[in-house]
Design a protein around this ligand. Structure first.
Ligand code: FEO
Ligand code: CA
Ligand code: CA
Ligand code: CA
Length: 671
């Protein structure tokens, strides 16, 4: 051991002793973040495999009725608090949120961003009353962000507005603590930090350092500025956070000839990118092409004289070490480049590779699996150099894409050079190198004949049996000409469904079935194949998470902000439901698992405010606090209250926010 390591070990031991005095002491005395500062030692309790859920776990609440108000609804006996809405300062460098929209770009850099999405609670020293919350900020509501919406002056976005928008995206890490029953941010904690769409990050794995990602900012292709449109999330067995880059492509514009991979991911063909950030280029304050880089048109003589490669630095799973405030976020390019929607890992087994699953959320896109080259060593869960552990498991391995067969079997198709194409030839005939395959992940998956899905969203892993669940949110473009397939069997799939599979150990084969079909309760039998009722009708399943007791939490994003266009949207706001699934192997094979015989097993636990989607799921280790996110509400949260259930009676500037749900009696949730 180095002297430094010995010293750090000593400090950690001393702090471990201190923390045995109890965290309540920190609650009452400290407003700073240093009470649990452990000098970089691993405060993660070492997740490894989750404990076996008790066989006796049962849902202990009644299903909620539908709701359409500007407030949240929880079951009787539960409370819900607003925590860390958009614009809440995380340190003293930001002014408080202004209800007229006048905060600056610097305020945003030091506050919670907009449109909270994927999220995870990382306990400090295993605590259920203090920890770090990592929160994705997926995108922005420009109308709410600025006093009077976005502006354009002589065809250009003002630089300050663009910086404010860029800083409203990304990820927040906040140190939070429960005091007298209510969670709040520990202001100025050393852990509090923001990653934005401008924060410098590393590009690791096969694409990093190649010609694909060389730019004027990073001539050797090892870095990129920012993470963008961070939607779902994942975690790792070694205590890091994974943030998924989803709808980044249209933020970039190419007014010249878009190469096939840019067309395939949806880089804007012009005249402008989604937010027109590139129009602020040449502002006198611009630093190193901070705005120009969103225009990826080839204009210079080489890749380091224009921004043609900037977009190749986006579309990845990004690993963040929440426990080390000095760490650099790292893009794991080996895990593929597409519209990533979350990332669940397989149940870890010592001496076996780890698998990570990620959906690509667009119509007719695919679901992917990355398998590490390294075999899992449980000691790595305790290591303190967490991003080095990440490099060990996430930079080398094989990316696969799923093909679902009619007989309930499936196959993972390797995206490597030797894999045969569905129409002949091999991937190596089409793409010369592994990095070229990864940049063109969608094109490679097309070539090998993957199954086109109904918008793959989140994945979740059953804590004891290892089954993987995937939300397929909807697909209104599945029609007679596109056809159906066994895994996506409904035409005009406005309601979506949830599929699950179980990988055969040590092989590329799996078994699958359909868990539940979304539907309104009044639909005919061909649509309402799961027999849903008024008490659990759902559409557009999106966020998904298991807690360690084996309860599956399903969240919906039913497009209500775009108008109530389906019968479920006309009946209720977006919601979160709970169910305790049996194993795939227990099913008869005729499916779906949720059907007319077991309706009371699937219960509505939460309904959100008007127009908001429900997303992001995490719980404290003792299951007494549940965190979820309200994204893009229209008139919520009410001013001058922390109670998330209060219905706004006046018009408010809406704020996406985390909501913390607890039982009034402090007992574990849902049972
Ligand atoms: Fe950002 Fe796929 O929802
Ligand atoms: Ca989503
Ligand atoms: Ca949405
Ligand atoms: Ca969605």
């Amino acid at each position: 051991m180095t002297r430094r390591a010995v010293m750090r070990g000593g400090l950690a031991a001393a702090l471990a002793t201190m923390s045995s005095f109890g965290l309540a002491g920190c609650d009452s005395s400290s407003t700073g973040g240093n009470s649990t500062d452990n000098g970089g030692e691993n405060p993660n309790p070492g997740p490894g495999p989750d404990p076996e859920p008790p066989a006796s776990v049962k849902l202990g609440f009644e299903s909620l009725p539908t709701s359409m108000t500007d407030g949240c609804v929880v079951p009787p006996g539960y409370i819900a608090h607003v925590l860390a809405p958009w614009g809440t300062p995380i340190n003293d460098n930001a002014l408080p949120w202004d209800k007229n929209g006048n905060n600056s770009s610097n305020d945003l850099l030091n506050s919670m961003g907009m449109h909270h999405d994927g999220m995870h609670f990382f306990p400090l020293e295993g605590s259920s009353t203090e920890g770090l919350l990592a929160v994705n900020h997926e995108y922005i509501d420009e109308k709410a962000l600025h006093p009077n919406g976005p502006t354009l002056v002589n065809g250009k976005r003002p630089a300050e507005e663009v910086r404010k928008e860029i800083n409203a995206h990304g990820v927040a890490i906040i140190h939070i603590r429960r005091t007298n029953g209510r969670w709040d941010i520990v202001q100025n904690s050393r852990y509090n930090r923001r990653f934005t769409s401008a924060t410098a990050m590393k590009l690791a794995g096969p694409v990093g350092g190649t010609d694909w990602v060389k730019t004027p900012f990073s001539p050797n292709g090892t870095q990129v500025r920012g993470t963008n449109n961070n939607c779902g999330n994942g975690t790792t067995p070694w205590g890091t956070y994974i943030t998924a880059e989803e709808n980044w492509a249209a933020c970039f514009v190419n007014t010249g000839i878009r190469p096939p991979h840019q067309q395939r991911v949806g880089v804007s063909a012009g005249p402008v990118g989604r937010y027109q950030w590139e129009t602020a280029a040449k502002d006198p304050s611009e630093v190193l092409g901070e705005f120009a880089r969103f225009n990826v048109t080839e204009t210079g003589a080489s890749a380091t004289e224009d921004w043609r490669n900037e977009v190749n630095g986006f579309g990845y799973l990004v690993e963040i070490d929440p426990y080390d405030p000095s760490s650099i976020a790292t893009k794991r390019t080996s895990m593929g480049r597409f519209a990533h929607e979350g990332c669940a890992y397989s149940k870890p087994e010592a001496g076996k590779p780890l698998a990570f699953y990620s959906g690509d959320d667009s119509r007719f896109e695919y679901v992917y699996r990355f398998v590490s080259e390294a075999n899992w060593d449980p000691k790595d869960a305790q290591r303190t150099d967490r991003l080095a552990v990440g490099a060990k498991y996430l930079d080398k391995g094989t990316l696969y894409v799923a093909r679902f067969n009619e007989d309930g079997s499936g196959e993972w198709l390797a995206l490597t050079g030797s894999t045969k194409g569905k129409d002949g030839g091999t991937l190596a005939d089409k793409f010369k190198t592994l990095e070229e395959i990864l940049i063109n992940t969608r094109g490679a998956a097309d070539f090998v004949g993957a199954t086109p899905m109904d918008r793959p969203e989140w994945t979740a892993t059953h804590p004891s049996n290892g089954d993987i669940y995937l939300t397929l949110t909807n697909n209104t473009s599945r029609n007679a000409s596109t056809g159906t397939n066994p895994a996506n069997p409904r035409l005009n799939n406005v309601n979506g469904h949830i599929i699950r599979w179980h990988d055969e150990p040590g092989s590329n084969k799996f078994k699958w079935d359909i868990f539940v079909f979304g539907s309104d309760s009044g639909a005919d039998a061909d649509t309402n194949r799961s027999g849903l009722t008024d008490l659990n009708q759902l559409a557009s399943p999106d966020g998904l998470g298991f807690d360690s007791r084996g309860i599956l939490w399903i969240q919906t994003d039913n497009g209500i902000d775009g108008g109530r266009k389906n019968n479920v949207a006309r009946a209720t706001n977006d919601q979160m439901l709970a169910v305790i699934p049996g194993a795939l192997a227990d099913s008869s094979g005729t499916g779906p698992a949720i059907n007319a015989s077991n309706q009371s097993d699937l219960r509505r636990f939460f309904v959100g405010p008007n127009e908001a989607e429900i997303t992001g799921f995490s719980m404290t280790p003792d299951h007494t606090s549940l965190f979820l996110n309200i994204q893009h509400p229209v008139n919520w949260p009410a001013y001058d209250t922390h109670d998330a259930t209060v219905v706004s009676m006046n018009t408010v500037r809406p704020r996406s926010s985390t909501v913390v749900i607890q039982r009034a009696d402090g007992k574990p949730i849902a049972v």
